[in-house]
Write a protein that binds this ligand. Structure first.
Ligand code: SF4
Ligand code: SF4
Length: 393
């Protein structure tokens, strides 16, 4: 097998946040201390070596960076301050851009002009669409229900509440289909790079089915993260992941049940779900914002611009969502309408950029990486059974 060395790899990775790259002298301490590394997937040292040697094609086959949950234990104990945890984070950004066939991920990670330009474009598009198709009615002030809450679906002249919901739903589904198509095609590209193009593995057909449950299991539980010494990270991650997934499901799939004219009592499932999701997201946002500002832990010392952008966009989406709720229950019609428009103008670019091209794509890549890693393990054990075991006797 020939290995192609790419001397530009280091320069390329620097655009994704790489700072220290040559400090590592391969003592293996990080691999020994990492609670998640295991036989066959020895990270982070292996990835660092491939990076230092400029093995670009080899890196694309690695799933290791996704198996790291960035608990930071390796960085705290590295004798050379090479910050291996951050190196893995850099590799995750890089791999996200490698899987993305459109090339947009690379542009968003490496160019502020592209990232801010795209956000601004989508935000303006949402505002213009509201202005043209769903403008606030001059008579909207009367649109409050018996309990004094704003009837949010009845604020536009000539559009019934059912039509209003259907129009918003159409927009949500269009966005969801675009995002899902991009993400699925990128996962297929990941599959090609990790499994198909790796000629050293032959996956037994049954393994595709027997290992599939791990995909769902790892997505829902993030169980590997719980192996890190500090389980607080896992709880925080689980809270934000479930909160975000609930909000996504509610907004896209169950919008007619959620955005009703009648404002339910606080104990109604609809509101309790919303409160849980808001709490989960706010808890996570508060923690990461404070720790990134204080920079006390090594894992928060360096922040890529896209880390901050993600925090800001998620924060703005959550705050505007909370404000819409407060304005609604207090019967503030104009404030409800305009905050709702701003909420959508932040939400849409956040989902369109973060889910298929940036930070949130790890929600899909991680469970698939675990799945692919287990497929590779199944291939190795099959090889042992058919070739080595009989020879050893
Ligand atoms: S990153 Fe640090 S701990 Fe890991 S092998 Fe290199 S020098 Fe050792
Ligand atoms: S950051 Fe944590 S999970 Fe990732 S390689 Fe280091 S010790 Fe392992």
């Amino acid at each position: 097998m020939s290995l192609r060395v790419n001397p530009d790899l280091k320069r390329e990775l620097q655009k994704f946040g790489l700072s220290e790259w040559n400090e590592c002298f391969h003592c293996g301490n990080c691999t020994a201390i990492c609670p998640l590394t295991e036989q066959g997937f020895l990270f982070p040292r292996k990835g660092i070596r491939a990076m230092q040697m400029g093995l670009k094609d080899n890196l694309a086959k690695h799933v290791d960076p996704w198996l790291c949950y960035y608990c930071g234990e390796c960085s705290e104990t590295c004798p050379r301050d090479a910050n291996p945890g951050e190196l893995m984070m850099t590799l995750r950004r890089y791999l996200t851009s490698i899987y993305d066939w459109t090339g947009l991920s690379k542009k968003f990670y490496t160019s502020k002009f592209w990232e801010f330009g795209f956000i601004l474009f989508l935000a303006l598009l949402v505002i213009v669409l509201f202005y043209i198709f769903l403008p606030l009615s001059p008579n909207a002030a009367q649109m409050v229900n018996a309990s004094g809450g704003v009837m949010i679906n009845s604020l536009v002249d000539g559009v019934s509440p059912e039509q209003f919901i259907r129009i918003i739903e159409l927009g949500d589904w269009t966005m969801a289909i675009i995002v899902a198509s991009l993400l699925i095609s990128n996962i297929l590209n990941m599959f090609y790079k990790v499994i198909v193009s790796d000629k050293s593995v032959t996956i037994p057909f049954y393994a595709y089915f027997t290992e599939a449950w791990r995909l769902i299991y790892n997505f829902v539980t993030q169980a590997k993260f719980s192996k890190c010494d500090n389980r607080f990270y896992w709880v925080g991650h689980l809270l934000v992941m479930t909160g975000y997934s609930i909000m996504f499901a509610v907004v896209v799939v169950f919008l007619p049940d959620f955005q009703t004219e009648e404002i339910k009592e606080w104990w109604h499932w609809q509101r309790l779900l919303g409160y849980y999701a808001t709490f989960g997201i706010l808890f996570f946002l508060t923690y990461v914002t404070i720790s990134r500002i204080r920079k006390k832990e090594l894992k928060t010392k360096f922040s890529h611009p896209t880390d901050w952008l993600f925090i800001i966009m998620l924060g703005l989406t959550t705050i505007t969502g909370i404000l819409v709720h407060i304005f609604r229950i207090n019967g503030m019609v104009t404030a409800t309408y305009y905050t709702y428009v701003i909420h959508m103008a932040v939400l849409v670019p956040m989902i369109m950029i973060e889910v298929p091209f940036s930070k949130w794509s790890h929600l899909a890549y991680r469970p698939f990486a675990v799945y692919f890693a287990n497929l590779k393990k199944a291939s190795a054990s099959e090889k042992y059974k058919t070739q080595l075991a009989p020879a050893i006797g």
